[in-house]
Design a protein around this ligand. Structure first.
Ligand SMILES: CC(C)(COP(=O)(O)OP(=O)(O)OC[C@H]1O[C@@H](n2cnc3c(N)ncnc32)[C@H](O)[C@@H]1OP(=O)(O)O)[C@@H](O)C(=O)NCCC(=O)NCCS
Length: 240
């Protein structure tokens, strides 16, 4: 197994296979709390468009994980969203708007922090990390962060936050293992507007966790990840 990390480019030969991995990972994760009708809207085109948009975003740092030269996952670090800087209970912000297979959708964040959040410009948000389900739980997510977080430190960043579904026990365990400590709860509102003007929400609880970059580097250095470690955890029963 050959592992490498590359920047995200707006090049279809990279975006297409990455979108497929992203779709598999997202759908596996969301199937636990989204209705099948809503899940059916997240087709490959949605993930291609999303990745193209991310590739154009100058305020994000994105690293793609390649396994045997195939893009199989990515992490995206971005500036802290405005709603963290001006948090107010029950303030709803329209953050993303578009069309999903002909349906208009809007993604809202209803800010409802259970404590004050004061984050400065030296803090980044890990706003996406998705690995193909076929390569999860083999040490590769840790490896991706182990290789990219020290680069953020070199660029002057000092701390990180992450948001994840409060019922995503794997993600919570993963982030705790590398130093993140949960400090707030909020809610996510996925809002689908049907052609007949019917609206539906998928509301989910979101936990927010924080770490200094130094603590994450220290925690990850304790893991001593290497290729031998990954090979021993690699699942041989997976088909690609
Ligand atoms: C969360 C994610 C990035 C972690 O990457 P990963 O390569 O699977 O994680 P690692 O193998 O490096 O695992 C590190 C720890 O995470 C936990 N973990 C990860 N996947 C797990 C799983 N499927 N089941 C149980 N624990 C899991 C384990 O505690 C593991 O610790 P250990 O080494 O002490 O056992 C990856 O599983 C993923 O893409 N998941 C789907 C998308 C997602 O949940 N993204 C986060 C949304 S914010």
């Amino acid at each position: 197994m050959q592992i490498s990390i590359r920047p995200l480019e707006k090049n279809i030969s990279q975006i297409l296979p990455l979108a497929e991995s992203y779709q598999r990972s997202y759908n596996q994760l969301s199937s636990g709390y989204k209705k099948p009708e809503e899940m059916a809207l997240y087709k490959k085109g949605f993930f291609i468009k999303k990745l193209r948009k991310i590739a154009e975003d100058e305020n994000s740092i994105v690293a793609v994980l390649n396994v045997d030269d195939n893009p199989r996952g990515f992490v995206r670090y971005s500036q802290i969203p405005q709603y963290y800087k001006h948090s107010a209970d029950n303030l709803t912000q329209d953050l993303e708007h578009g069309f999903l297979d002909g349906y208009e959708f809007a993604w809202y964040r209803k800010v409802h922090f259970n404590r004050d959040v004061k984050l400065d410009d030296k803090t980044l948000i890990v706003n996406q990390i998705y690995l193909d389900p076929q390569i999860q739980n083999q040490g590769l997510g840790t490896y991706l962060l182990q290789k990219t977080i020290p680069e953020l430190k070199k660029q002057g960043f000092e701390s990180l936050i992450i948001e994840y579904n409060a019922h995503n026990a794997n993600a919570a365990k993963f982030y705790r293992g590398i130093g993140f400590e949960p400090f707030a709860l909020t809610k996510d509102f996925d809002h689908i507007i049907h052609p007949q003007a019917k609206t539906e929400f998928c509301v989910s609880d979101v936990e927010i966790a924080y770490t200094t970059i130094d603590r994450a580097i220290q925690k990850m250095s304790d893991k001593h990840l290497d290729f031998a470690f990954m090979m021993t955890r690699a699942r041989n029963d997976k088909t690609y």
